[in-house]
Ligand binder design. Structure first.
Ligand code: BG6
Length: 474
Protein backbone atom coordinates (compact mmCIF):
# COMPACT_ATOMS: atom_id res chain seq x y z
CA UNK A 1 0.00 0.00 0.00
CA UNK A 2 1.12 3.57 -0.54
CA UNK A 3 2.10 5.63 2.50
CA UNK A 4 -0.98 7.76 2.29
CA UNK A 5 -4.27 5.94 2.13
CA UNK A 6 -7.47 5.50 4.07
CA UNK A 7 -10.09 2.79 4.13
CA UNK A 8 -13.42 4.20 5.22
CA UNK A 9 -16.10 1.66 6.02
CA UNK A 10 -19.65 2.96 5.77
CA UNK A 11 -22.61 1.18 7.28
CA UNK A 12 -25.80 1.79 9.20
CA UNK A 13 -24.78 0.17 12.44
CA UNK A 14 -23.18 2.06 15.29
CA UNK A 15 -19.49 1.25 15.44
CA UNK A 16 -16.34 3.13 16.38
CA UNK A 17 -12.98 3.08 14.60
CA UNK A 18 -11.60 0.86 17.35
CA UNK A 19 -14.37 -1.69 17.05
CA UNK A 20 -14.01 -1.78 13.30
CA UNK A 21 -10.28 -2.34 13.61
CA UNK A 22 -10.78 -5.14 16.11
CA UNK A 23 -13.29 -6.87 13.85
CA UNK A 24 -11.00 -6.64 10.86
CA UNK A 25 -8.07 -7.90 12.84
CA UNK A 26 -10.12 -10.89 13.95
CA UNK A 27 -10.91 -11.53 10.31
CA UNK A 28 -7.26 -11.38 9.30
CA UNK A 29 -6.31 -13.69 12.16
CA UNK A 30 -8.91 -16.22 11.08
CA UNK A 31 -8.58 -16.13 7.34
CA UNK A 32 -5.25 -14.71 6.18
CA UNK A 33 -3.02 -17.17 4.37
CA UNK A 34 -0.08 -15.51 6.13
CA UNK A 35 -1.42 -16.45 9.54
CA UNK A 36 -2.12 -14.09 12.42
CA UNK A 37 -1.47 -10.37 12.05
CA UNK A 38 1.90 -9.24 13.41
CA UNK A 39 1.28 -6.64 16.10
CA UNK A 40 3.58 -3.90 14.80
CA UNK A 41 2.47 -4.22 11.18
CA UNK A 42 -1.18 -4.42 12.14
CA UNK A 43 -1.06 -1.42 14.45
CA UNK A 44 0.52 0.63 11.73
CA UNK A 45 -2.02 -0.52 9.14
CA UNK A 46 -4.97 -0.06 11.48
CA UNK A 47 -4.40 3.68 11.73
CA UNK A 48 -5.65 3.87 8.13
CA UNK A 49 -9.01 2.27 8.94
CA UNK A 50 -11.99 4.47 9.72
CA UNK A 51 -15.66 3.98 10.31
CA UNK A 52 -18.49 6.22 9.25
CA UNK A 53 -22.05 5.55 10.30
CA UNK A 54 -24.61 6.32 7.61
CA UNK A 55 -27.70 5.18 5.77
CA UNK A 56 -27.08 4.29 2.11
CA UNK A 57 -30.34 5.92 1.15
CA UNK A 58 -29.63 9.31 2.72
CA UNK A 59 -27.76 12.07 0.85
CA UNK A 60 -26.10 13.17 4.13
CA UNK A 61 -24.13 9.91 4.15
CA UNK A 62 -22.51 10.80 0.85
CA UNK A 63 -21.97 14.44 1.79
CA UNK A 64 -20.16 13.30 4.94
CA UNK A 65 -18.10 10.78 2.99
CA UNK A 66 -17.12 13.41 0.45
CA UNK A 67 -16.20 15.82 3.22
CA UNK A 68 -14.01 13.23 4.89
CA UNK A 69 -12.24 12.50 1.60
CA UNK A 70 -11.66 16.21 1.07
CA UNK A 71 -10.28 16.52 4.60
CA UNK A 72 -7.87 13.65 4.05
CA UNK A 73 -6.67 15.07 0.76
CA UNK A 74 -6.01 18.40 2.44
CA UNK A 75 -4.13 16.70 5.26
CA UNK A 76 -2.02 14.70 2.78
CA UNK A 77 -1.49 17.72 0.56
CA UNK A 78 -2.35 15.71 -2.54
CA UNK A 79 -5.25 14.57 -4.65
CA UNK A 80 -6.18 10.95 -4.02
CA UNK A 81 -7.86 8.22 -6.05
CA UNK A 82 -11.24 7.36 -4.66
CA UNK A 83 -12.49 3.80 -4.97
CA UNK A 84 -16.05 3.04 -3.93
CA UNK A 85 -16.35 -0.66 -3.21
CA UNK A 86 -19.91 -1.87 -2.83
CA UNK A 87 -19.42 -4.62 -0.28
CA UNK A 88 -23.16 -4.55 0.33
CA UNK A 89 -26.20 -6.68 -0.33
CA UNK A 90 -27.07 -6.64 -4.05
CA UNK A 91 -30.26 -4.70 -3.28
CA UNK A 92 -28.04 -1.67 -2.71
CA UNK A 93 -26.15 -1.96 -6.02
CA UNK A 94 -28.81 0.04 -7.83
CA UNK A 95 -29.01 2.71 -5.10
CA UNK A 96 -25.48 3.63 -4.08
CA UNK A 97 -24.27 4.70 -7.56
CA UNK A 98 -27.23 7.09 -7.86
CA UNK A 99 -26.42 8.78 -4.56
CA UNK A 100 -22.72 8.93 -5.35
CA UNK A 101 -23.59 10.56 -8.66
CA UNK A 102 -25.96 13.10 -7.10
CA UNK A 103 -23.36 13.99 -4.48
CA UNK A 104 -20.87 14.72 -7.26
CA UNK A 105 -18.58 11.96 -6.03
CA UNK A 106 -18.38 10.20 -9.41
CA UNK A 107 -17.58 13.27 -11.44
CA UNK A 108 -13.82 12.94 -11.69
CA UNK A 109 -13.44 10.28 -14.39
CA UNK A 110 -9.72 9.83 -13.91
CA UNK A 111 -9.60 9.66 -10.14
CA UNK A 112 -12.79 7.86 -9.19
CA UNK A 113 -13.72 4.18 -9.51
CA UNK A 114 -16.56 1.96 -8.39
CA UNK A 115 -16.33 -1.76 -7.66
CA UNK A 116 -19.28 -4.12 -7.86
CA UNK A 117 -19.42 -7.88 -7.49
CA UNK A 118 -21.71 -10.47 -8.90
CA UNK A 119 -24.64 -10.93 -8.96
CA UNK A 120 -24.84 -8.26 -11.65
CA UNK A 121 -28.59 -8.49 -12.00
CA UNK A 122 -30.95 -11.39 -11.63
CA UNK A 123 -31.67 -11.77 -15.33
CA UNK A 124 -31.04 -9.86 -18.54
CA UNK A 125 -33.58 -7.18 -17.81
CA UNK A 126 -32.32 -6.39 -14.32
CA UNK A 127 -28.69 -6.52 -15.50
CA UNK A 128 -29.47 -3.98 -18.23
CA UNK A 129 -31.20 -1.79 -15.66
CA UNK A 130 -28.29 -2.04 -13.23
CA UNK A 131 -25.74 -1.28 -15.92
CA UNK A 132 -27.83 1.73 -16.95
CA UNK A 133 -27.83 3.03 -13.36
CA UNK A 134 -24.08 2.63 -13.15
CA UNK A 135 -23.64 4.31 -16.53
CA UNK A 136 -25.74 7.28 -15.46
CA UNK A 137 -23.12 8.29 -12.88
CA UNK A 138 -19.94 6.54 -13.99
CA UNK A 139 -18.20 5.95 -17.28
CA UNK A 140 -17.53 2.31 -18.20
CA UNK A 141 -13.81 2.87 -17.61
CA UNK A 142 -14.58 3.71 -13.96
CA UNK A 143 -16.63 0.56 -13.32
CA UNK A 144 -14.88 -2.59 -12.09
CA UNK A 145 -17.17 -5.63 -12.07
CA UNK A 146 -15.56 -8.44 -10.14
CA UNK A 147 -15.77 -12.08 -11.10
CA UNK A 148 -13.27 -13.53 -8.67
CA UNK A 149 -12.50 -16.44 -11.00
CA UNK A 150 -10.60 -14.03 -13.21
CA UNK A 151 -8.23 -13.29 -10.34
CA UNK A 152 -7.18 -16.92 -10.00
CA UNK A 153 -3.66 -17.60 -11.24
CA UNK A 154 -4.67 -20.71 -13.12
CA UNK A 155 -7.41 -18.84 -14.93
CA UNK A 156 -5.00 -16.10 -15.96
CA UNK A 157 -2.63 -18.83 -17.05
CA UNK A 158 -5.06 -19.96 -19.76
CA UNK A 159 -4.01 -16.96 -21.83
CA UNK A 160 -0.32 -17.51 -21.07
CA UNK A 161 -0.55 -21.17 -22.00
CA UNK A 162 -2.44 -20.59 -25.21
CA UNK A 163 -0.74 -17.47 -26.51
CA UNK A 164 2.80 -17.57 -25.12
CA UNK A 165 3.53 -20.98 -26.64
CA UNK A 166 3.57 -21.70 -30.36
CA UNK A 167 2.87 -25.37 -29.73
CA UNK A 168 -0.81 -25.55 -28.87
CA UNK A 169 -2.50 -22.76 -30.77
CA UNK A 170 -2.18 -24.44 -34.19
CA UNK A 171 -4.20 -27.42 -32.93
CA UNK A 172 -6.65 -25.40 -30.83
CA UNK A 173 -9.52 -25.68 -33.27
CA UNK A 174 -12.16 -27.90 -34.86
CA UNK A 175 -9.66 -29.87 -36.92
CA UNK A 176 -7.98 -31.34 -33.85
CA UNK A 177 -10.34 -30.82 -30.94
CA UNK A 178 -13.21 -33.24 -30.55
CA UNK A 179 -14.93 -31.60 -27.60
CA UNK A 180 -14.26 -29.47 -24.57
CA UNK A 181 -15.60 -29.95 -21.05
CA UNK A 182 -15.57 -27.35 -18.31
CA UNK A 183 -16.25 -28.65 -14.82
CA UNK A 184 -16.57 -26.55 -11.71
CA UNK A 185 -17.52 -29.00 -8.99
CA UNK A 186 -17.93 -28.26 -5.31
CA UNK A 187 -18.21 -30.80 -2.55
CA UNK A 188 -19.80 -28.33 -0.16
CA UNK A 189 -23.54 -27.67 -0.02
CA UNK A 190 -25.05 -24.20 0.19
CA UNK A 191 -23.53 -23.70 3.65
CA UNK A 192 -25.02 -20.67 5.39
CA UNK A 193 -26.20 -19.04 2.14
CA UNK A 194 -29.46 -20.92 1.63
CA UNK A 195 -31.52 -17.71 1.60
CA UNK A 196 -29.52 -16.19 -1.24
CA UNK A 197 -28.94 -19.41 -3.13
CA UNK A 198 -32.55 -20.50 -3.19
CA UNK A 199 -33.39 -17.41 -5.26
CA UNK A 200 -30.35 -17.86 -7.49
CA UNK A 201 -29.56 -21.48 -8.34
CA UNK A 202 -26.51 -22.89 -10.08
CA UNK A 203 -27.12 -21.27 -13.46
CA UNK A 204 -27.18 -17.76 -12.03
CA UNK A 205 -24.67 -18.35 -9.26
CA UNK A 206 -21.94 -20.05 -11.29
CA UNK A 207 -22.65 -20.50 -14.99
CA UNK A 208 -23.60 -16.92 -15.90
CA UNK A 209 -20.28 -15.69 -14.58
CA UNK A 210 -17.49 -18.10 -13.63
CA UNK A 211 -18.12 -20.79 -16.25
CA UNK A 212 -18.76 -18.23 -18.98
CA UNK A 213 -15.43 -16.60 -18.17
CA UNK A 214 -13.66 -19.93 -18.52
CA UNK A 215 -15.46 -20.59 -21.79
CA UNK A 216 -14.40 -17.20 -23.15
CA UNK A 217 -10.75 -17.69 -22.22
CA UNK A 218 -10.52 -21.16 -23.66
CA UNK A 219 -12.32 -20.34 -26.91
CA UNK A 220 -11.27 -16.75 -27.70
CA UNK A 221 -9.11 -15.67 -30.60
CA UNK A 222 -5.58 -14.43 -29.85
CA UNK A 223 -5.50 -10.85 -28.65
CA UNK A 224 -3.46 -8.31 -30.58
CA UNK A 225 -2.09 -6.72 -27.43
CA UNK A 226 -2.46 -7.08 -23.69
CA UNK A 227 -4.78 -4.14 -23.57
CA UNK A 228 -7.82 -4.53 -21.29
CA UNK A 229 -10.37 -3.70 -23.94
CA UNK A 230 -8.68 -5.73 -26.62
CA UNK A 231 -8.85 -8.83 -24.40
CA UNK A 232 -12.41 -8.11 -23.38
CA UNK A 233 -13.45 -7.61 -27.00
CA UNK A 234 -12.11 -11.02 -27.89
CA UNK A 235 -13.96 -12.56 -24.95
CA UNK A 236 -17.26 -10.95 -25.87
CA UNK A 237 -16.81 -12.28 -29.42
CA UNK A 238 -16.99 -15.78 -27.98
CA UNK A 239 -20.32 -15.11 -26.31
CA UNK A 240 -21.64 -13.59 -29.52
CA UNK A 241 -20.61 -16.74 -31.37
CA UNK A 242 -22.46 -19.11 -29.04
CA UNK A 243 -25.41 -20.58 -30.92
CA UNK A 244 -28.57 -19.35 -29.16
CA UNK A 245 -30.46 -22.02 -27.29
CA UNK A 246 -34.04 -22.04 -28.47
CA UNK A 247 -36.73 -22.40 -25.88
CA UNK A 248 -38.11 -25.57 -27.42
CA UNK A 249 -34.64 -27.16 -27.48
CA UNK A 250 -33.66 -26.35 -23.90
CA UNK A 251 -34.19 -29.96 -22.82
CA UNK A 252 -31.60 -31.06 -25.39
CA UNK A 253 -28.98 -28.54 -24.33
CA UNK A 254 -29.41 -28.16 -20.59
CA UNK A 255 -29.74 -30.41 -17.56
CA UNK A 256 -30.62 -29.36 -14.02
CA UNK A 257 -30.37 -31.17 -10.76
CA UNK A 258 -30.87 -30.82 -7.04
CA UNK A 259 -29.07 -32.83 -4.39
CA UNK A 260 -30.94 -35.07 -2.06
CA UNK A 261 -29.85 -36.36 1.30
CA UNK A 262 -27.30 -39.13 1.39
CA UNK A 263 -24.84 -40.88 3.57
CA UNK A 264 -21.32 -40.16 2.36
CA UNK A 265 -18.20 -41.39 4.10
CA UNK A 266 -20.29 -42.68 7.00
CA UNK A 267 -21.74 -39.21 7.50
CA UNK A 268 -25.33 -38.13 7.01
CA UNK A 269 -25.55 -35.27 4.55
CA UNK A 270 -28.66 -33.11 4.38
CA UNK A 271 -30.60 -32.79 1.16
CA UNK A 272 -30.81 -29.30 -0.33
CA UNK A 273 -34.43 -28.89 0.70
CA UNK A 274 -33.45 -29.47 4.32
CA UNK A 275 -30.82 -26.74 4.35
CA UNK A 276 -31.37 -23.55 6.37
CA UNK A 277 -33.09 -20.82 4.41
CA UNK A 278 -34.26 -23.20 1.66
CA UNK A 279 -37.94 -23.85 0.93
CA UNK A 280 -38.91 -27.47 1.71
CA UNK A 281 -40.37 -27.81 -1.79
CA UNK A 282 -37.66 -25.75 -3.49
CA UNK A 283 -37.35 -26.07 -7.26
CA UNK A 284 -33.95 -24.40 -7.33
CA UNK A 285 -31.21 -26.24 -9.17
CA UNK A 286 -27.96 -26.97 -7.34
CA UNK A 287 -26.50 -28.55 -10.47
CA UNK A 288 -26.53 -27.30 -14.05
CA UNK A 289 -24.99 -28.62 -17.23
CA UNK A 290 -25.07 -27.11 -20.70
CA UNK A 291 -24.07 -28.13 -24.18
CA UNK A 292 -23.03 -25.18 -26.30
CA UNK A 293 -21.81 -24.73 -29.86
CA UNK A 294 -19.87 -21.79 -31.19
CA UNK A 295 -20.75 -20.66 -34.68
CA UNK A 296 -17.42 -19.45 -35.94
CA UNK A 297 -14.58 -20.74 -38.11
CA UNK A 298 -12.49 -22.06 -35.27
CA UNK A 299 -15.09 -24.02 -33.38
CA UNK A 300 -17.87 -24.96 -35.78
CA UNK A 301 -19.25 -28.37 -34.75
CA UNK A 302 -17.19 -28.73 -31.54
CA UNK A 303 -19.41 -29.12 -28.47
CA UNK A 304 -18.49 -27.28 -25.29
CA UNK A 305 -19.97 -29.01 -22.27
CA UNK A 306 -20.23 -27.02 -19.05
CA UNK A 307 -21.23 -28.40 -15.67
CA UNK A 308 -21.26 -27.15 -12.13
CA UNK A 309 -22.87 -28.28 -8.94
CA UNK A 310 -22.88 -28.39 -5.19
CA UNK A 311 -22.42 -31.55 -3.14
CA UNK A 312 -20.54 -33.36 -5.89
CA UNK A 313 -17.95 -35.96 -4.90
CA UNK A 314 -15.05 -33.55 -4.70
CA UNK A 315 -14.00 -29.98 -5.23
CA UNK A 316 -12.45 -29.72 -8.67
CA UNK A 317 -12.42 -27.08 -11.37
CA UNK A 318 -10.88 -28.01 -14.67
CA UNK A 319 -11.07 -27.56 -18.40
CA UNK A 320 -10.51 -30.63 -20.49
CA UNK A 321 -9.67 -30.44 -24.18
CA UNK A 322 -10.36 -33.79 -25.77
CA UNK A 323 -8.46 -34.19 -29.03
CA UNK A 324 -9.67 -36.15 -32.01
CA UNK A 325 -8.52 -39.67 -32.67
CA UNK A 326 -5.65 -40.20 -35.09
CA UNK A 327 -6.94 -40.23 -38.68
CA UNK A 328 -5.73 -43.76 -39.25
CA UNK A 329 -5.06 -46.41 -36.63
CA UNK A 330 -1.89 -48.20 -37.82
CA UNK A 331 -1.27 -50.28 -34.71
CA UNK A 332 -2.73 -53.75 -34.47
CA UNK A 333 -5.96 -53.89 -32.46
CA UNK A 334 -4.34 -55.84 -29.61
CA UNK A 335 -1.72 -53.07 -29.21
CA UNK A 336 -4.26 -50.44 -28.44
CA UNK A 337 -6.68 -52.03 -26.01
CA UNK A 338 -6.40 -49.22 -23.48
CA UNK A 339 -6.13 -46.62 -26.18
CA UNK A 340 -7.44 -43.14 -25.41
CA UNK A 341 -7.34 -40.01 -27.54
CA UNK A 342 -4.98 -37.34 -26.25
CA UNK A 343 -6.38 -34.85 -23.85
CA UNK A 344 -5.17 -31.74 -22.20
CA UNK A 345 -6.48 -30.70 -18.81
CA UNK A 346 -6.11 -27.30 -17.27
CA UNK A 347 -6.57 -27.75 -13.55
CA UNK A 348 -7.90 -24.56 -12.03
CA UNK A 349 -8.28 -25.78 -8.45
CA UNK A 350 -7.58 -27.23 -5.95
CA UNK A 351 -4.66 -28.70 -7.90
CA UNK A 352 -3.12 -26.01 -10.00
CA UNK A 353 -1.47 -26.99 -13.23
CA UNK A 354 -1.76 -28.71 -16.56
CA UNK A 355 -1.87 -32.37 -17.51
CA UNK A 356 -1.30 -33.61 -21.03
CA UNK A 357 -2.40 -37.19 -21.59
CA UNK A 358 -1.12 -39.14 -24.58
CA UNK A 359 -0.18 -42.67 -25.65
CA UNK A 360 3.15 -44.36 -24.98
CA UNK A 361 4.56 -47.80 -25.59
CA UNK A 362 4.30 -50.03 -22.55
CA UNK A 363 7.72 -51.61 -21.79
CA UNK A 364 8.10 -55.17 -23.05
CA UNK A 365 8.64 -57.18 -26.18
CA UNK A 366 5.20 -56.47 -27.60
CA UNK A 367 3.87 -53.21 -29.02
CA UNK A 368 1.29 -52.18 -26.49
CA UNK A 369 -0.02 -48.68 -26.08
CA UNK A 370 -0.91 -47.19 -22.71
CA UNK A 371 -2.12 -43.71 -21.78
CA UNK A 372 0.43 -41.67 -19.83
CA UNK A 373 0.49 -38.12 -18.50
CA UNK A 374 2.86 -35.19 -18.59
CA UNK A 375 2.27 -32.78 -15.74
CA UNK A 376 2.97 -29.21 -14.88
CA UNK A 377 2.18 -28.29 -11.30
CA UNK A 378 2.38 -24.74 -10.01
CA UNK A 379 3.44 -25.98 -6.63
CA UNK A 380 6.33 -28.00 -7.98
CA UNK A 381 7.47 -25.54 -10.65
CA UNK A 382 7.29 -22.22 -8.85
CA UNK A 383 8.48 -21.46 -5.36
CA UNK A 384 6.12 -18.49 -5.17
CA UNK A 385 2.69 -19.18 -3.66
CA UNK A 386 -0.31 -18.08 -5.70
CA UNK A 387 -1.92 -14.93 -4.39
CA UNK A 388 -5.55 -15.08 -3.42
CA UNK A 389 -7.79 -13.95 -6.31
CA UNK A 390 -8.97 -10.92 -4.36
CA UNK A 391 -5.44 -9.74 -3.67
CA UNK A 392 -4.86 -9.58 -7.40
CA UNK A 393 -8.18 -7.95 -8.15
CA UNK A 394 -8.02 -5.27 -5.48
CA UNK A 395 -4.52 -4.39 -6.53
CA UNK A 396 -5.67 -4.14 -10.15
CA UNK A 397 -8.47 -1.76 -9.19
CA UNK A 398 -5.89 0.44 -7.48
CA UNK A 399 -3.65 0.30 -10.55
CA UNK A 400 -6.64 1.05 -12.78
CA UNK A 401 -6.14 -2.13 -14.80
CA UNK A 402 -9.51 -3.44 -15.98
CA UNK A 403 -8.22 -6.54 -17.80
CA UNK A 404 -9.59 -8.98 -15.23
CA UNK A 405 -12.97 -7.32 -14.82
CA UNK A 406 -16.26 -7.85 -16.61
CA UNK A 407 -17.45 -5.22 -19.00
CA UNK A 408 -21.15 -4.37 -19.24
CA UNK A 409 -21.58 -5.91 -22.69
CA UNK A 410 -20.03 -9.19 -21.57
CA UNK A 411 -22.32 -9.50 -18.57
CA UNK A 412 -25.31 -8.76 -20.76
CA UNK A 413 -24.25 -11.21 -23.47
CA UNK A 414 -23.93 -13.97 -20.88
CA UNK A 415 -27.41 -13.26 -19.53
CA UNK A 416 -28.85 -13.12 -23.04
CA UNK A 417 -27.49 -16.56 -23.73
CA UNK A 418 -28.97 -18.10 -20.59
CA UNK A 419 -32.36 -16.44 -20.61
CA UNK A 420 -34.18 -19.14 -22.63
CA UNK A 421 -32.93 -21.78 -20.18
CA UNK A 422 -33.90 -19.72 -17.15
CA UNK A 423 -37.33 -19.01 -18.58
CA UNK A 424 -38.08 -22.59 -19.56
CA UNK A 425 -36.85 -23.91 -16.23
CA UNK A 426 -39.05 -21.41 -14.45
CA UNK A 427 -42.18 -22.24 -16.38
CA UNK A 428 -41.71 -26.02 -16.33
CA UNK A 429 -40.99 -27.04 -12.76
CA UNK A 430 -38.83 -30.14 -12.42
CA UNK A 431 -40.81 -33.25 -11.57
CA UNK A 432 -37.90 -35.30 -10.25
CA UNK A 433 -36.14 -33.08 -7.70
CA UNK A 434 -34.09 -34.08 -5.75
CA UNK A 435 -32.58 -36.08 -8.61
CA UNK A 436 -29.04 -36.74 -7.44
CA UNK A 437 -27.72 -37.94 -4.14
CA UNK A 438 -25.23 -35.73 -2.33
CA UNK A 439 -21.75 -36.99 -3.13
CA UNK A 440 -22.49 -38.10 -6.71
CA UNK A 441 -21.69 -36.46 -10.05
CA UNK A 442 -25.14 -35.01 -10.65
CA UNK A 443 -28.30 -36.35 -12.30
CA UNK A 444 -28.10 -39.17 -14.82
CA UNK A 445 -29.40 -37.01 -17.66
CA UNK A 446 -26.05 -35.25 -17.57
CA UNK A 447 -24.45 -38.25 -19.20
CA UNK A 448 -27.13 -38.17 -21.89
CA UNK A 449 -26.14 -34.64 -22.84
CA UNK A 450 -22.79 -35.99 -24.05
CA UNK A 451 -23.83 -39.48 -25.04
CA UNK A 452 -25.85 -38.09 -27.98
CA UNK A 453 -22.48 -37.20 -29.52
CA UNK A 454 -20.69 -40.31 -28.27
CA UNK A 455 -18.81 -38.22 -25.70
CA UNK A 456 -18.46 -38.60 -21.96
CA UNK A 457 -17.49 -36.51 -18.98
CA UNK A 458 -13.85 -37.14 -18.20
CA UNK A 459 -12.74 -38.25 -14.79
CA UNK A 460 -10.98 -35.37 -13.06
CA UNK A 461 -7.26 -35.35 -13.82
CA UNK A 462 -4.97 -36.33 -11.01
CA UNK A 463 -2.35 -33.67 -11.03
CA UNK A 464 -0.48 -34.43 -7.87
CA UNK A 465 -1.51 -37.87 -6.80
CA UNK A 466 1.61 -39.57 -8.17
CA UNK A 467 1.79 -42.38 -5.64
CA UNK A 468 -1.70 -43.51 -6.46
CA UNK A 469 -0.98 -43.49 -10.20
CA UNK A 470 2.25 -45.43 -9.79
CA UNK A 471 0.33 -48.11 -7.98
CA UNK A 472 -2.27 -48.22 -10.72
CA UNK A 473 0.34 -48.51 -13.49
CA UNK A 474 2.19 -51.30 -11.80
C1 BG6 B 1 -19.21 -17.87 -5.69
C2 BG6 B 1 -20.53 -18.57 -5.58
O1 BG6 B 1 -19.27 -16.87 -6.68
O2 BG6 B 1 -18.21 -18.79 -6.02
C3 BG6 B 1 -20.46 -19.70 -4.57
O3 BG6 B 1 -21.53 -17.64 -5.19
C4 BG6 B 1 -19.31 -20.61 -4.88
O4 BG6 B 1 -21.67 -20.43 -4.53
C5 BG6 B 1 -18.03 -19.83 -5.06
O5 BG6 B 1 -19.15 -21.52 -3.80
C6 BG6 B 1 -16.90 -20.70 -5.56
O6 BG6 B 1 -15.72 -19.97 -5.54
P1 BG6 B 1 -14.32 -20.70 -5.37
O7 BG6 B 1 -13.30 -19.63 -5.54
O8 BG6 B 1 -14.33 -21.31 -4.01
O9 BG6 B 1 -14.28 -21.73 -6.45
Amino acid sequence: MPKKFAIIAVDRIRLGDDQLRRRLRDGVNRFSRFGKAKAAAWNQFATHLHYQQGDFKKPQTYAALGAQCDRLEKEWGTKAHRIFYMATPPSMFGEIPKYLGRAGLARDREWTRIVIEKPIGYDLESALALNAILAASFEESQIFRIDHYLGKETVQNILAFRFANPLFEPIWNRRYVDYVTITVAEDVGVEHRGGYYDRAGALRDMVQNHLMQLLCLVAMEPMVSFDADEIRNKKVDVLHAVRPIHRDAVHKSAVRGQYGRARTGGEKVKGYREEDGVAPDSQTETFAALKLFLDNWRWQGVPFYLRTGKRLPRQVSEISIQFRAVPHQSFPPEASLGWQPSRLVMSIQPDEGIVLGFQAKYPGPKMQLRPVDMRFSYRESFAAPSPDAYETLLWDVMKNDATLFMRADQVEAAWRLLMPVLEVWKTTPPSDFPNYAAGTWGPEDTQGLLAQQGHRWPLPAELLDHSNRKRKNS
